[in-house]
Design a protein around this ligand. Structure first.
Ligand code: BES
Ligand code: ZN
Ligand code: ZN
Length: 518
């Protein structure tokens, strides 16, 4: 796995002494100074404004080469290039301001790549209306996420050696250095975890198997304070997890249930995270069409998000909370022993399910994990993350993750977290009229309705059968896990969505009042 090599550090000298490839100032529209202390930079900005080519509008950039400027004082700037990046107008909405910094970070990363700068210094905007920790955090996230590349399988071209940013430096610009330091560390951890989730997703199905999920979790367990337990096929058989085992029947790769635990104190609340770790979904006997099927290697993005979140949680720490993550991992193929339409399976805990469509396999593996996780760890609240239905893409496109759940307070906590981190969520309803669509004549339920109407909702109804009264939220990331809204810090392909929302939600967790059910 390519590990994130880009670093971000604090720079405590005068920005003018920075002799690297790119020196960056963030400029708000309508504010005439780029910095509190550097008169030369402010004079340059004034001249640039006079050209009319740069006003500080959102996403606007202007690149200067100090050496080529006739102004004598410009010689005092040691950097090879100076870049002004627009932040747009002051905006009341705080989430909008967070997002603009992430976008600016992504833009800087792209520009640094274009000019092949190895070292980049960004001077933070002192007057930006946001807490200093958050300014540094959001910008760092944008810088790191925007620098992401996956070239593990490309031969390096000898004639054109790739130059990548190696180091980002942040100058506090007059903000408290300790806050900036805290923010950049947070941003780095969250972005690195997100990039790790992107890496897992980018890996081809033959190099990211259920065993690779298990290996990754074991390594995390060794490196951090997380406890890792791997349940193998034998364990799953003893526990009678007919969902995971059933889906696995058509595959030569053994299944695993990966467990990571972040523990503080028994008295603290426990939150359960469950992620769909389907490392390739060919549909099984109810085969998918072959056009575009290669994208089904991404069917493990829920599992990736959950593991990435645990990695970040272990690094950041959560004082008064326990977090348990479960990733049921298998392929869904059509080997001769594969599950067939009409078969009946028995889930962990005893509920039976008639298989109508073997391509509706995500709910089968999640159901076992949810039932087992809730019984074993008795969590106060549960979140599952899964690329569960094609229908969510029809409904919400690639811009919002679908959210469904049995508790308004818990759903709202997630919606707020998603809005803070730039991963928006949209709630869909649940209800007995949808639940009826998966009534089976001969089993407790069936795994798909007779048509695809409301199939994002009926999929969630299936999961709801396994969570009982525990506050639970389901995130259907089929539309956002890859080809999520393209932005400067979100590339085409896997987005790594979910990890930052999960961590943010847990860091801001408020106990759920039991009276308020959905
Ligand atoms: N992994 C797919 C969902 C999916 C589809 C993700 C497209 C990303 C893009 C899931 O296992 C699936 O096949 N779901 C079926 C369910 C149906 C048979 C009820 C679907 O949505 O078509
Ligand atoms: Zn499927
Ligand atoms: Zn699937």
């Amino acid at each position: 796995m390519p590990d994130q090599t880009v670093t971000i550090e604090l720079f405590d000298q005068e920005p003018s002494t920075f002799a690297g490839g790119l020196l960056v100032y963030l400029v708000e529209e309508g504010i005439s100074q780029a910095t509190e202390s550097d008169l030369v930079i402010n004079r340059l900005l004034a001249q640039v404004r006079e050209t009319g080519d740069f006003k500080g509008e959102e996403d606007q950039i202007f690149l200067l080469y100090p050496e080529l400027i006739s102004m004598e004082a410009a010689r005092n700037v040691a950097a090879k290039r100076v870049l002004f990046v627009g932040l747009g107008k002051q905006d009341d909405a705080i989430n909008g301001r967070r997002e603009r910094l992430r976008l600016a970070g992504g833009t800087i990363a792209k520009q640094a790549g274009a000019v092949k700068a190895k070292e980049v210094l960004v001077v933070l905007p002192k007057k930006y209306l946001l807490d200093a920790v958050e300014i540094a955090q959001c910008l760092s996230e944008g810088l790191m996420l925007g620098s992401y590349r996956f070239d593990l399988y490309k031969q390096p071209k000898e004639d054109a050696p790739a130059v990548q940013v190696e180091r980002f430096l942040l100058h506090d610009g007059g903000l408290a250095a300790s806050a900036v330091h805290k923010g950049l560390e947070l941003g780095w951890i969250l972005a690195s975890a997100t990039c790790a989730a992107r890496d897992m997703a980018n890996q081809p199905g033959n190099n990211w198997t259920p065993a690779d999920f298990a290996e990754y979790a074991k390594k995390l367990g060794k490196k951090s304070r997380l406890k890792c337990t791997i349940l193998d096929k034998g364990n799953l058989q003893k526990l009678r997890m007919g969902g995971i085992l059933g889906v696995n029947q058509g595959s030569a790769q053994p299944p695993f249930l990966v467990i990571l635990e972040y523990r503080t104190n028994k008295k603290n609340p426990t939150i359960l995270l469950v992620g769909k770790g389907l490392t390739f979904d060919a549909g099984g006997i109810s085969a998918k069409q072959s056009v575009g099927m290669e994208e089904m290697k991404y069917d493990m993005c829920g599992g990736a998000a959950v593991l990435a979140a645990m990695r970040a949680i272990a690094e950041i720490g959560l004082a008064e909370m326990n977090v348990v993550a479960l990733v049921p991992a298998t392929e869904n193929l059509s080997g001769s022993a594969a599950l067939k339409p009409g078969d009946i399976i028995r889930h962990y805990g005893g509920k039976t399910s008639e298989i109508i469509n073997t391509d509706a396999e995500g709910r089968l593996i999640l159901a076992d994990a949810l039932a087992y996780g809730i019984e074993t760890y008795k969590p106060q609240a549960v979140i599952d993350v899964a690329t569960l239905t094609g229908a969510v893409i029809i409904g919400l496109g690639h811009h919002y993750t679908g959210l469904l759940g049995n508790n308004d307070q818990w759903a709202n906590q997630l919606i707020e977290a998603g809005a803070r981190v730039g991963e928006p969520l949209w709630r869909l309803p649940l209800g007995c009229e949808y639940r009826k669509q998966i009534d089976s004549k001969i089993a407790d339920l069936k795994n798909a309705g007779s048509d695809r109407s409301g199939s994002t909702i009926t999929a969630a109804c299936y999961l709801q059968e396994f969570v009982g009264e525990t506050p639970w939220v389901h995130l259907d990331i089929a539309g956002t896990a890859w080809n999520f809204t393209e932005k400067s810090y979100i590339p085409k392909g896997p987005s790594g969505i979910g990890a930052r929302t999960l961590v943010d939600c847990l860091r801001q967790w408020r106990p759920i009042q039991s009276a308020d059910k959905n």
